[in-house]
Design a protein around this ligand. Structure first.
Ligand code: XUL
Length: 521
């Protein structure tokens, strides 16, 4: 029993959470927003501006400086890290960091200096492609062709070759900057990079996040020789090892002991991707409970008994940190699309909620919105596509309440359509993320999925998941008992499906399917 620290390096912020397994309390929950705290990285939303809208990179030094700054601020405000018994973390998935030297070969961090000045000279690529990048369509095609087609890539890795996944991004780097690639000794995910910084030596990649690279073979949990060879020459020697998520990968580096007061030898458990970690934080590592996370992107994910794959080619299979697998479907038009509709209709979030709950009906009298305000990954649309079908007033954007319902129904119907391949009809869906606080949105999800919708009181499920993973791996506390304490649902916020609502969605569901078919997706 003791204190466990979970870190989460997401697109826009770094968060730290400390849980106390003895008292069952969260004793620290703190975030640092990259854009606000570190303006010199010119990344107000966590990534750098670029003339090509498909290119989305971030400066990895921003993530490193954020770690120093966050730990420094917490220590200054009285956090006693010497009580922490174990650490784990989560990182935005797919993003990669390129180093001239293996971190195990460099001298340990000098605590008289900051981390950034010691990490900067090690980078062989100044910026890191992140999950929002969609500039590698050509490389996806080349990788698939080299291994024998899309179906083969899916069978090996659990996903088609996907633009934002790490393999196609590595291939693009090798092609666009062969010298930079030649100078690279080690390639990390955001998760394994931060674990390595904490340990002061190369940390392996965990099977949860590793499965989001188009390089890991699901059936063995090891790098796939065929995919690695199809991606870039001599890639195998540049990849760290792969380990099960509950592996202790090292001890905290002396730098963090002398600077921030950690106990020497504090174990560090493999970091994972933010979604696999959130599966733990949401208490959903057993099949039967699905999760919908509504943030910058929306994701639907669930633990899986067997790794079966999406015949439409949009969904993914990752490792479940508790063992086995999880599926995930990612929708790029999450909060941004909801915000666009709120802006365009002039509705406040309160009015938006009222509109759904009290001023409109399930099925929206047949009014349908195609809600792709930015290029979409599920279904794959390379260009934005916003279209309104329905009554005259509606298509003229003159029915604010109907438009509020329309965006939420379109997103829920698309989530349901694109998660039907999972094969298990979830009776309970746990929701997280800013938009899930809206009761109107929860009611539409309940009605469309015909499932009970439950929220957790904890906001940051990835950081919580990381802390729980540290407690399970180091403190040997079983997930089941950790879930009872830390991942309990807030009963007052539960929403049930309404019997009459289900019938109202038949027509709208077919109309959406027709419109998507007309777009070829
Ligand atoms: C999942 C994905 C996103 C990122 C967000 O495949 O790309 O959910 O993990 O951080």
């Amino acid at each position: 029993m003791g204190l466990y620290l979970g870190l989460d390096s997401s697109t826009q912020s770094l968060s730290a959470m400390i849980i106390d397994t003895a008292s069952g309390r969260i004793v620290l929950d703190h975030s640092l927003n990259f854009g606000k705290a570190l303006p010199r990285y010119r990344s107000p939303s966590g990534f750098l501006p670029h003339e090509d809208p498909r290119v989305k990179h971030a400066d990895p030094l921003m993530w490193v400086e954020a770690l120093d700054q966050l730990l420094g601020a917490l220590r200054a405000s009285g956090t006693d890290f010497s009580q922490v018994e174990g650490i784990s973390g989560a990182g935005q998935q797919h993003g990669s960091v390129y180093l001239k030297e293996r971190l195990s070969d460099v001298p340990s961090w000098d605590s008289a200096r900051d981390l950034v000045s010691q990490v900067a000279p090690l980078l062989s690529r100044a910026t890191s492609p992140i999950w929002m990048d969609s500039s590698t369509t050509a490389q996806c095609g080349e990788i698939a062709e080299a291994v024998g087609g899309d179906a083969k890539v899916v069978a090996l890795s659990g996903s088609r070759a996907i633009e934002r996944f790490t393999g196609p991004q590595i291939r693009a780097f090798y092609q666009r900057d062969p010298q930079g690639y030649a100078a690279t000794r080690e390639i990390h995910l955001v998760s394994s990079f931060l674990a390595s910084i904490l340990c002061g030596r190369s940390a392996p990649i965990d099977q949860g996040d590793g499965a989001g690279m188009n390089l890991l073979e699901l059936s063995t949990g090891e790098w796939s020789g065929a995919l690695v060879a199809a991606t870039a020459p001599s890639l195998a020697e540049r990849l760290p090892g792969v380990v099960p998520s509950r592996t202790v990968v090292g001890e905290i580096a002396p730098y963090f002991v002398s600077k921030y007061g950690f106990k020497p030898g504090t174990p560090v458990v493999a970091f994972s991707g933010d979604n696999p970690s959130s599966l733990v934080g949401m208490g959903a590592t057993e099949p039967g409970t699905a999760v919908i996370s509504m943030g910058t992107s929306d994701t639907v994910f669930a633990a899986m008994r067997k790794p079966h794959t999406d015949p439409r080619g949009f969904g993914h299979v990752f490792g479940n940190p508790a063992g086995g697998f999880m599926c995930l479907i990612c929708f790029a038009n999450g909060s941004l699309a909801r915000e666009k509709v709120a802006e365009r209709t002039g509705l406040s979030w309160e009015a938006f909620e009222r509109a759904i709950l009290h001023e409109t009906q399930p099925g929206n009298q047949g009014n349908l919105l195609l809600p792709f305000f930015i290029p979409e990954m599920t279904p794959k649309l390379l260009a934005p596509k916003v279209e309104l079908f329905g009554s005259e007033q509606f298509v003229a954007w003159q029915e604010p309440a109907s438009l509020a319902r329309a965006i939420v129904e379109a997103q829920a119907l698309s989530m349901q359509r694109h998660s039907d391949w999972i094969g298990e009809h979830p009776k309970v869906i746990r929701v997280t993320g800013g938009a899930s606080k809206n009761r109107g949105i929860r009611q539409v999800l309940a009605d469309v999925f015909g499932a009970e919708i439950r929220s957790l009181s904890v906001g940051n499920s990835s950081a919580l998941g990381a802390a729980l993973r540290a407690a399970e791996a180091v403190g040997k506390v079983p997930f089941s008992s950790l879930y009872e304490t830390f991942a309990a649902t807030d009963e007052a916020s539960s929403v049930s499906p309404r019997a009459d609502a289900a019938a109202a969605y038949g027509a709208l569901r077919s109309k959406l399917a027709e419109r998507l078919a007309a777009l070829g997706v």
